[in-house]
Design a protein around this ligand. Structure first.
Ligand code: T5A
Length: 221
């Protein structure tokens, strides 16, 4: 596959959707074909599963059913949109991917990493992001930001301790794979977060010889 797969990750309200849009626009302005994507969702089947997953009415959902629904939405997304876009040579900018499942279902729900990684291999056909930007933010700030924009969904109703486990799992994932997962401070003003993301993505694309105008950026060590 000739494209590139970039995911944005982090706790609720950390600014992923905002930054995914800014990043996609920036890449398009530089002449790249960009596929915007988000999980759960991104396809008609995936959006229907998203509605089930996020509906607060579904409070009886057990963790394993939740896990399988996230992976089912992902299987459809990878087959219908992500893999074809990568085969066309596009840059896929995805708001959440497998790291979210590892953090939320693995650590948040306590299902553990092993079973989840086996499911990733099935649902995502072994596909991993080339680069992941983790926008790190204290849980309370993220939940407060999210609450200002929309009503709380089923996952946002979880206790603070659940979201703390999720944040720690994201940070542990970044420590395990420092070459792929880059941490950006989400507490900074929006424009600073945007620039910090560009400072990771620009050199990464340059290292893959995909960005002709690197604005003087040098590839990361
Ligand atoms: N989930 C997902 C799992 O449990 N397992 C999985 O495998 C997957 C894929 C998805 C839910 O599903 C869970 C995680 C989630 O709980 P969602 O609605 O897509 O649900 O939830 P989020 O991805 O968390 O989306 P949010 O919209 O809540 O958060 P974002 O996208 O991180 O934040 P954003 O960009 O919408 O910004 C929120 C607000 O903050 C402001 C924005 O303007 C906006 O008002 N903001 C800032 N304010 C100050 N400073 C900054 N730097 C700011 N950046 C943004």
């Amino acid at each position: 596959m000739s494209g590139l797969f970039i995911s944005l990750e982090g706790v609720e309200g950390c600014g992923k959707s905002t930054q995914a849009e800014l990043l996609a626009q920036w890449l398009e302005e530089r002449g790249h074909a960009v596929e915007r994507a988000r999980e759960p969702g991104g396809t008609p089947v995936g959006e229907a599963i998203r509605n089930i997953l996020l509906d607060p009415e579904n409070s009886a959902m057990v963790p394993r059913a939740e896990l399988l629904l996230y992976e089912a939405a992902r299987a459809q997304h990878v087959a219908e949109r992500i893999r074809p876009a990568l085969e066309r040579g596009a840059i896929v900018v995805c708001d959440r991917f497998t790291d979210s499942t590892t953090a939320y279902q693995g650590a948040g729900r306590g299902l553990g990493r092993e079973v989840i990684e086996e499911l990733h291999a099935v649902a995502a056909e072994g596909l991993k992001p080339d680069l992941t930007v983790l926008i790190d933010l204290p849980v309370a700030e993220g939940l407060a930001r999210a609450a200002r924009v929309k009503a709380r969904d089923r996952i946002e109703h979880e206790a603070a301790a659940f979201h703390e486990r999720v944040r720690q799992a994201f940070l542990e994932g970044a420590a395990r794979e420092p070459a792929r997962v880059k941490i950006v401070d989400g507490f900074a003003p929006l424009e600073q977060v945007r620039d910090a993301i560009r400072a990771q993505v620009g050199p990464f694309l340059a290292s893959r010889e995909l960005l002709s105008n690197t604005d003087g950026m040098t590839p990361p060590a």
